[in-house]
Design a protein around this ligand. Structure first.
Ligand code: HEM
Length: 418
């Protein structure tokens, strides 16, 4: 199976070398699903770090592929707006729930702030012991010496438990959270057409109704640190209760934000260490490398390939002129492999000195809110793995997600060794 992957990669390298730059369209989901996207970005970084694709299924868009230029766009929120949405596709005007990731100031900070304490530094101490116990319980149930899908039994389960905790969601119904999240990301705007639009809306309205019930029960309840209580009781967000679309949009953002990203980092770490067995040996010899390895996993995996902005005025950048209204895609997946920033950038190096400088969490005012929870979660996962298993061995090729936005795994077959 690995041979097939190598052949596909060689074909992609040839295609990336011979295709004229003006015909480059790096948004094609099937290249990410086959893990052959990198040669295209490598050429863009070398020859056209600010590049206009004139024609694609999402219309024209600019690709920003170098670390340096991505930082310029991400920190320039006055000229590069989030209001047009954060994915390549256009938003559907008839079904367009608002959320703070797709807002600019003054709405963005006003809606972001109330939810922050649920994932802030003060909360992490309380969450750590609880999450460790839950992660340990999931791991204690796993079979030794028998093949199973790591994504389903470990990555999804642990991420779901964390989300249910952050929302204080009814425990027995927690599996609805990743289900709803998958429905949101089964989105043609992200290169995935797997769900009929009407069916998608029906499921999301079901989700809305569940959250409306929790919101009503908590808005006048005692203060609490879960996302729902925090927002329902805060003067700046409490009116979401009267505005179903805004309620749905913001709560879905908090679910989706933490779901695929953390899940795919948990799976990505196992895959990375199997691709680089010398790093696995290094880790078992020195577990104090775990915190740095967590950053390296998040860099190497880059769970979200990009974020989009829309230019509010004409902007000169990298010798090109982006016009007002143009779509601008910051390809984090490329910036994280930029040799000008990361030495031997395609290597997975758990002791990499500047691993923490990755841009997988974005950078400017929209920088990921859940980054510390995600890092803590990954640290705990690896601490608990090392206590129990000498190796998590990948025994077959991973099946990847069909998306140009979420970079991750549907299946990762493994066998555990004591
Ligand atoms: C924003 C990545 C985990 C909630 C973002 C952004 C990225 C990102 C790229 C956009 C940044 C920008 O536009 O500049 C990740 C990755 C994660 C992760 C790679 C895990 C490895 C989480 C978790 C949560 C979360 C665990 C919460 C449960 C959010 C929210 C936003 C966000 C609410 C919007 C922030 C804003 O617009 O101000 N994340 N995320 N994320 N993330 Fe995460």
């Amino acid at each position: 199976m690995l041979k097939m992957t190598d052949e596909a990669l060689a074909a992609a390298e040839e295609e990336a070398r011979t295709t004229p730059l003006e015909d480059f369209d790096v948004s094609r989901a099937e290249r990410f699903a086959a893990d052959v996207h990198r040669p295209f970005f490598a050429r863009l970084r070398r020859e056209a770090p600010v590049h206009l694709c004139r024609e694609s299924e999402f219309g024209p868009y600019w690709s920003i592929s170098s670390y340096e230029q991505i930082m310029k766009v991400d920190t320039d929120h006055r000229r590069f707006s989030s209001l047009g949405g954060i994915s390549l596709g256009e938003r559907n005007p008839q079904f367009n729930p608002r959320s703070f990731i797709s807002e600019d100031a003054p709405v963005h900070p006003k809606w972001r702030k109330p939810a922050m304490p649920a994932v802030g530094p003060d909360r992490l101490g309380d969450l750590e012991a609880l999450m460790r116990r839950r992660i340990a319980a999931v791991m204690d149930e796993l079979p030794i010496g028998e093949e199973f899908n790591w994504v389903e039994r470990v990555s999804i389960e642990i991420t779901t438990q964390m989300l249910a905790t952050l929302f204080d969601f009814p425990w027995e119904e927690r599996h609805k959270l990743p289900y709803w999240s998958d429905v949101v990301t089964s989105n043609p705007g992200m290169g995935n057409n797997s769900l009929d639009e009407m069916e998608r809306r029906r499921i999301l309205l079901e989700c809305l109704s569940a959250f409306q019930g929790l919101w009503a029960a908590r808005k006048d309840g005692p203060p609490a640190m879960d996302f729902i209580s925090l927002m329902a009781q805060h003067p700046d967000t409490k009116d979401f209760g009267d505005d179903p679309f805004t309620l749905l949009g913001n709560l879905m953002l908090l679910i989706v934000g933490g779901n695929d990203t953390t899940r795919n980092s948990i799976s990505g770490g196992v895959w990375a260490l199997n691709r680089h067995p010398e790093q696995y040996d290094r880790l078992t010899a020195d577990p104090s490398l775990i915190p740095n390895m967590v950053s390296e996993i998040i860099r190497w995996q880059t769970p979200l390939a990009y974020m989009r902005r829309t230019a509010l005025e004409d902007v000169e950048i990298g010798g090109r002129t982006i016009r007002e209204g143009d779509k601008v895609i910051m390809w984090y997946v490329s910036g994280n492999r930029d040799e000008a920033k990361f030495e031997e950038a395609d290597d997975f190096d758990i002791a990499r000195k500047n691993a923490r400088n990755h841009i997988s969490f974005g950078y400017g005012v929209h920088r990921c809110m859940g980054n510390r929870v995600a890092e803590m979660q990954l640290r705990l996962v690896w601490e608990e793995i090392l206590k129990r298993f000498s190796r998590v061995e990948v025994v077959g090729a991973p099946v990847r997600v069909m998306s140009n936005f979420v970079l991750g795994y549907e299946e990762l077959p493994v066998v555990l060794h004591r």
